[in-house]
Design a protein around this ligand. Structure first.
Ligand SMILES: Cc1cc2nc3c(=O)[nH]c(=O)nc-3n(C[C@H](O)[C@H](O)[C@H](O)COP(=O)(O)OP(=O)(O)OC[C@H]3O[C@@H](n4cnc5c(N)ncnc54)[C@H](O)[C@@H]3O)c2cc1C
Length: 309
């Protein structure tokens, strides 16, 4: 187990915010995780992955917990179990090399396996929920293992029960994915190329990816908007008409605009970046201005995907 006191969280969040934490603990087995949870019962704990969807708004008075467990193994020909601390893209790279497919459209999404289930990550029409069979967890209170079936995770768009009623109660320890034999090399390469062309590269430019979720509006509202903006991209879904938040933000003229050190990424309006030593306040203020102008222009509320801590 690795334990560090009074640390900077700079290496642990992709936005590049220099917040501090009282304690950082990395565990390497379920027994170590149980030991930490037992010793620090009742204390404020935040389990992080790669920190690629977090915005530390202030110093964290508590324990930042991280998994150093990063192995994957086949349970049978079509199921693979990956530990929470393995980078999702490393898993997909390994599977592609071994000629297994099913997850390749999630290539290059930052973050670890544990958070892939919490966030129900998605890209190019595939979401983690489409390939997750079950999620193994540890109950923070009883320290017992509990398995959640795909259905029990109540996955939704960038959403799961782990963000709501199960939040803070269970730590995802491993995820079981369904895969199948097949060559995904070409798709993976194409996706990597596309993503590298439009998204900021981690380590070069600070960001948390898409800052806002795409909103869903009732059909009547979508029709009224389409009368005014015939080119508006829109997708009919069971939850309502989905309108890309990037389009809404771009229409409000935000692409490339800056506030303090924060900037709307010039290549993709949905992404806010840390362009020049941004503080969390800069990012929060820019996000608030963006959502206010989208509300005023389109009467649509856009909600951050990023977790404010
Ligand atoms: C450049 C860039 C591009 C991105 N592109 C996409 C994209 O295409 N699609 C997409 O869906 N997302 C995208 N994201 C967002 C991000 O990759 C995902 O949200 C990812 O799942 C975050 O993983 P993480 O390990 O960094 O989690 P973190 O950001 O560290 O944590 C996210 C949440 O999960 C919780 N959590 C983490 N691990 C555990 C655990 N083991 N048990 C319980 N809770 C846990 C945390 O407490 C937190 O609430 C992008 C981000 C960046 C920076």
């Amino acid at each position: 187990m690795k334990v560090e006191k009074n640390i900077s969280l700079l290496p642990y969040n992709t936005f590049g915010i220099d917040a501090k934490a009282d304690l950082f603990i990395e565990y390497y087995s379920l027994d170590e995780l149980r030991q930490v949870l037992k010793e620090h019962k009742g204390e404020r704990i935040l389990h992080i992955g790669q920190g690629s969807n977090l915005l530390f708004t202030r110093d964290f008075n508590g324990i930042i917990l991280h998994s150093g467990m990063a192995r994957a193994r086949f349970l049978d020909d079509e199921t693979v179990e990956a530990q929470n601390g393995l980078r999702l893209d490393d898993l997909i790279a390994q599977l592609t090399d071994m000629c297994y497919c099913g997850m390749e459209k999630l290539s290059l999404i930052p973050g670890e396996v544990g958070a892939s289930a919490v966030q129900n990550v998605g890209a190019y029409g595939v979401e983690a929920k489409d390939v997750i069979l079950r999620v193994n967890t540890l109950d923070v209170e009883t320290l017992e293992e509990r398995v959640f079936t795909n259905e029990e995770c109540r996955f939704g768009y960038r959403d799961s029960a782990f963000k709501h009623e199960l939040k803070g109660k269970y730590i995802v320890t491993s995820v079981v994915y369904r895969v199948k034999p097949g060559d995904a090399t070409k798709t993976r390469e194409e996706i990597i190329e596309t993503r590298n062309g439009k998204l900021p590269k981690i380590g070069e430019v600070g960001s948390a990816g898409s800052f806002f979720m795409n909103p869903f509006v009732p059909e009547e509202q979508a029709n009224a908007l389409l009368a005014q903006y015939p080119d508006m991209p829109h997708f009919e879904t069971p939850q309502g008409v989905k309108i890309p938040a990037a389009w809404l933000i771009e229409q409000c003229g935000w692409k490339g605009k800056t506030l303090g050190g924060a900037q709307v990424w010039p290549k993709q309006a949905l992404v806010i970046v840390n362009a020049n030593h941004a503080t969390a306040e800069d990012i929060i203020a820019l996000a608030a201005h963006i959502s206010q102008s989208v509300k005023e222009k389109f009467n649509i509320t856009i909600i951050p995907e990023v977790n404010y801590i």
